[in-house]
Design a protein around this ligand. Sequence first.
Ligand code: SF4
Ligand code: ZN
Ligand code: ZN
Length: 291
Amino acid sequence: MRCSNCSSEAVITVRWKGKSYCERHFRNYFLGQIRKVLDKYGVKGEIAVALSGGKDSAAMLEALTHFRDLELMPFYIDLGIEGYSEELRKISKELTKKLGLELDVIELKREYGKGVPEISKRKRSAPCSVCGTVKRYLMNRYAHEISADYLATGHNLSDMVTFALNNLINAQLSYLRAMRPVLPGNPEFRLVARLRPLYFLRDYETLVYAIINNIPFSENKCPLSSGAPTLKLKSWVMKLEDYSPKALLNLLKSFERIEERLEREEEGLRHCEICGYATSTRICKFCRLVR
Ligand code: SF4
Ligand code: ZN
Ligand code: ZN
């Protein structure tokens, strides 16, 4: 298979474009999709980059180093998952070292005395639900504390479509409000603006980008992930482009349109009585967990 832009050997076929690319032209395509997000929203300044040790956040960080006007501040949240968090932390460290950046680490156990497995056992809640609350809270708090202009996460197009479909399946329309590559912040509620640089890129595209650029990442599965229903849904979402090459992009557009029609419910925000961060209840979910 040959690259559609030159005669070199192709490493990937990007079906929605109907093109195959060699390493060099795939890199251009990949960075171009990120540039689309950055330019459209005029993103610049300090970016707190959330690293998980997986391929998406690793590819995101490396890709962002190709853009001027961005000051990158990578960080890693150690969730205290034995035999897993430690390895991902090491890999994140290796990556930032390779890129000449400093890595900040937030340790759940050191700060709160317990990791995700202990909290979920005690709360009798599913680990991923506890983990989600903890990550969302600590990522935003970290970005706020270092006064970052944006908090960047490695969610890609396949993740976004999976997330939206899952919400539709569970009839949770209000969660569709977050379907944007950039979400504005709200300083009054200490909410930092969110940035999803990989918003237009598919799962297999970030994987190929990470491999051809020798980006260190871990393929280990979280030992607590078994039974996460969204994993099944995601593998199904990834097959949608066999049916129609533009399926994911068009689904995303449809979700954005649904979102536009939904009423803005920002007025429902209030300050958590314990930590002061944004919540829709008297005490935020994270503080309830800690308590
Ligand atoms: Fe957290 Fe669940 Fe992901 Fe494990 S699989 S890191 S518990 S969200
Ligand atoms: Zn080429
Ligand atoms: Zn709180």
